[in-house]
Design a protein around this ligand. Structure first.
Ligand code: AHN
Ligand code: ZN
Length: 327
């Protein structure tokens, strides 16, 4: 008994020390604990990347695209999100009309205040940045370019389900981001509008109002990835960028997020900023050296699950949880 009291007393002293040595005046205030931040599971996110890629390249109007769409919808529904399909006809750079759909998953669909998190779910029909020209017309698996962002959102949905924030969270998978004019088409002067067709459609037909801000996830699973301050994100949503970079530091992943600029990227956040007027940043890697600014596997047949780095997924996913649970 004496030993127990002794131990309790030592414990009490340790708690006091942990509180900075201040004598507690209000037990409630001092004992109240913020619940620990849930852990983003990078293995689950990786498994989702593998699942999406197993269907094959997610090119519009293919069986793989359709099957993967069903998988994504199913997952969000399993985690209690309200899911809808936003169908559209897209006009590709070469004049070919293609049908597809954005996938919209909402928590608390009636909440007036909302956060938008998005990624594209289609994959590029051509590996036009592959070192081998013979691969240029091969569709890519897009493990990093497409599946990684969707996988992070699915893992977020799994976690959020257990403890829904008051603010509504809208996870939007944009279609038809990655069918922009291929590099071999050299006589197109303005190719920027040929990308991001699903987000262009969404920005003119948003499914909800009340968005405080948005975060786009693009290629968030690459090896050696660092996220720089992308130009349009700085231009349209610098305060969102500050919040996210701060959350990264708070979560212990600040080293992945650089303070230098990373160029201007035409991506799904651009129509959201310009047309829907929602301040949205792009978490997109920048590789200062190499065959592309987006890393060695970008738009090559090597954009496969084995070239994904779980540490990158974890850094981004844990940062998002840090942000969401401290809004
Ligand atoms: C451009 O290359 C102009 N934008 C890149 C957008 C993109 C493609 N993100 C993923 N794939
Ligand atoms: Zn791409």
């Amino acid at each position: 008994m004496k030993l127990l009291y002794h131990t309790l007393f030592i414990s009490f002293l340790m708690i006091l020390t942990a509180c900075g040595g201040k004598t507690p005046t209000n037990t409630n205030e001092n004992m109240s604990t913020t619940p620990p931040l849930p852990e983003f599971n990078a293995d689950s996110a990786f498994a989702s990347i593998a699942r999406q890629c197993a269907f094959g390249p997610r090119v519009l109007e293919t069986e793989a695209h359709e099957q993967c769409g069903a998988y994504i919808i199913n997952k969000f529904q399993e985690y209690g999100f309200t899911v809808s399909k936003q169908e559209a006809t897209f006009l590709r750079y070469d004049g070919v009309k293609m049908t597809g759909y954005n996938i919209i998953a909402q928590s608390r669909p009636d909440a007036a205040e909302r956060i938008l998190i998005a990624a594209h779910w289609d994959s590029r029909p051509w590996a036009d940045n592959d070192p081998f020209e013979s691969n240029h017309h091969t569709p890519i698996l897009g493990a990093n370019d497409g599946a990684s962002g969707v996988a992070v959102m699915i893992e977020l949905a799994r976690i959020l389900h257990d403890s829904l924030p008051i603010v509504g969270i809208d996870l939007v998978c944009f279609d038809a981001e990655d069918a922009g004019a291929p590099q071999w088409e050299t006589d197109i002067d303005d190719r920027s509008d040929s990308w991001c067709l699903g987000s262009q459609h969404w920005a003119t037909h948003p499914h909800a109002t009340g968005f405080r801000f948005g975060i786009l996830l693009d290629m968030v699973g690459g090896q050696g990835a660092y996220f720089y301050r992308e130009g349009y994100s700085m231009q349209y949503a610098s305060s969102v960028m500050e919040q996210v970079w701060q959350a990264a530091r708070d979560a212990g992943y600040g080293s992945f997020f650089k303070n230098e600029g990373g160029g201007y990227i035409t991506d799904d956040h651009l129509p959201v900023n310009r047309i829907a007027r929602i301040p949205m940043i792009d978490i997109v890697p920048f590789y200062p050296t190499g065959n592309s600014g987006f890393g060695p596997t970008w738009h090559t047949v090597n954009d496969t699950p084995e070239n994904i780095d779980r540490n990158t997924l974890k850094a981004v996913g844990q940062t998002l949880l840090q942000l969401i649970y401290n809004l």
